[in-house]
Design a binder for this molecule. Structure first.
Ligand SMILES: CC(C)(COP(=O)(O)OP(=O)(O)OC[C@H]1O[C@@H](n2cnc3c(N)ncnc32)[C@H](O)[C@@H]1OP(=O)(O)O)[C@@H](O)C(=O)NCCC(=O)NCCS
Length: 256
């Protein structure tokens, strides 16, 4: 029997996110791909999300979705975070991605967080620093220092930062809609050189957790990724109640 024709089509997504579906007749989506801007210090390196329904795998559909992504991507690189030893890892290697580093994913559940304690952490003064917040949809190449000075509005991204006399000192960001409906993805906290050793990471992260729930009450879990060899960051997260969930590998693809 011949294979049904598969059409790869762009679909509407959150502003700043590029998304495609692979459609099989009579109109069933059998795979999806997305390119998500990642807020932070490497704002031009988006993250790939790719999924093909199990019964449709090994027919070239993932490769066709990746081609659509590559044709659209404008930056020098894209990254993919994949479970170690998974089909996705074999897929990335097949397509010329380079293994960049090992990562771990930690999970925080709101039900496990004592809200009064969280409030105290957020309210603790850090002399010389102030907390700032931004919410909205990420533009294509978000840089934290610019985002925090731009007007807030409704959107998928919540950013909390600490600044000292107008200089960005620390930040943490959460994005909703990238994982499941109830789970947000967190980046950071990151503390910039010259501001370390003052517990700013824990401060901005506590403020982010509090703010995220206020902006998106349906979120009940936060998943955070980090390099597996970043003890300071992991300790700050553990302090807040994050627990290790799984390990993954980060792959990078250089674009022409
Ligand atoms: C990764 C994924 C998208 C691949 O989709 P796919 O449609 O099966 O991929 P393709 O058929 O285009 O595979 C292209 C090549 O990748 C390699 N590959 C893909 N799956 C593989 C597997 N299970 N084992 C070994 N190699 C594999 C093969 O070299 C394959 O070519 P071949 O079939 O001619 O040997 C799919 O397995 C998936 O949805 N996994 C779960 C989601 C996930 O982990 N996503 C990654 C996050 S970015």
């Amino acid at each position: 029997m011949s294979e049904p024709p598969i059409h790869v089509v762009p679909v509407p997504a959150h502003p700043g996110v590029a998304r495609w579906q692979a459609m099989a007749p009579p109109g069933a989506a059998v795979g999806t791909a997305g390119l998500w801007p990642v807020p932070g210090v490497r704002p031009h390196v988006p993250e790939l999300s790719l999924y093909v329904r199990p019964e449709w795998r090994r027919r070239g559909i993932g490769s066709r979705l990746l081609t659509a992504i590559r044709d659209r991507a404008t930056g020098p690189l894209l990254v993919a975070d994949v479970p170690a030893g998974s089909p996705a890892e074999a897929f990335c290697q097949w397509h010329g991605f380079r293994h960049a580093r090992c990562r771990r994913h930690d999970l925080l559940t709101y039900g496990d967080v004592h809200q009064a304690w969280l409030g105290e952490l957020v309210d603790t003064e850090h002399p010389g620093y102030r907390l700032l917040h931004w919410t909205g949809d990420l533009p294509g190449t978000p840089h934290v220092a610019e985002l925090i000075r731009s007007p807030s509005g409704p959107g998928t991204t919540v950013l909390t930062a600490a600044d000292a006399d107008g200089d960005l000192a620390a930040y943490a960001v959460a994005v909703v809609g990238m994982l499941t409906r109830r789970r947000a993805r967190q980046y950071g906290p990151a503390v910039l050189p010259g501001h370390r050793g003052r517990r700013l990471g824990r401060w901005v992260n506590a403020a982010l957790i509090q703010r995220l729930r206020a902006e998106h009450p349906h979120i009940d879990e936060v998943e955070a990724v980090a390099g597996a060899d970043d003890p300071g960051l992991l300790a700050a997260r553990a302090d807040l109640g994050f627990r290790i969930r799984r390990k993954s590998h980060l792959y990078e693809l250089t674009l022409p």
